[in-house]
Design a binder for this molecule. Sequence first.
Ligand code: SF4
Length: 275
Amino acid sequence: MPTLINAGQSPFGFHRIHTFMTCPTKYYNSYVSNDEKPLNTSSSLIIGCLVHTALAHRYAIIKAKQENKLHDYYYPIDAIQAQAQQEGGEWLNWIDKSIRAYETYINADTTIEFEKDLKILDVETVYEISIADIVLTFRADLTIEKDNKFYFIDHKTCAYMTDIATDGYEASGQLLAYILYGRKQFHSIFGGMYINFIAHGGQRSEKMSTKFVKVAESEDHLNNFEDSVYFYAKQIKSLEDKSSIAYPRVQSEFTCVHKYGKCQYYDKCFGSKQN
Ligand code: SF4
């Protein structure tokens, strides 16, 4: 059976810190509790995962070819189908759309330009950053060399391409971790961090587009990153052996209900409601 690449979250990545910052109770439900997790059936999330899987396989195969190595990876479209079959349910409904989004990406002029003279160093590789006694991990979607510089590339999918959807990522701790690691590891040959955006049109539209954007770097924001991660990681540690009651709730209409709908633990938190 061909290999299906794991393009999921890294063991202690910024997603954990972010979940705790968002709501400690959400963190408890996601990473501490042994209760069965409610299935996330958001179409955006499913299409995003499937397209991401296809890209991971595309670049792993290109890397193997560049290194004259044999590979046993699924081909990208087969990988979409294999992952959707593995997950089952709602995932099966989004196979065709995910394939169309992937094909839009590979045929885009920006992709053809990007892949010219590209040397792939790593695909879906987990790196570590030590912050005092905390080890933060991150999974880089793609590490490349181009024109004698090293770059990290992160694939992001969204329903519609808006400036907020693309520019907002410069504030993301996940991407700050990539930039800090790149600076520390590659020094002056680190060229920066790029986002490979693919808009798939969501549930309502077939309008698809792609965009390749360099993540703007703010020294202020970067300088604060390690202290902030350390602060939240210590709080997570201090609650490690505690029960759910010890974890505060955020209780905000912007967090319990967000742009993708209700928090997946909404019903658990609210229990039975009275009007
Ligand atoms: S519903 Fe609100 S309080 Fe409950 S876990 Fe989600 S964000 Fe936290």
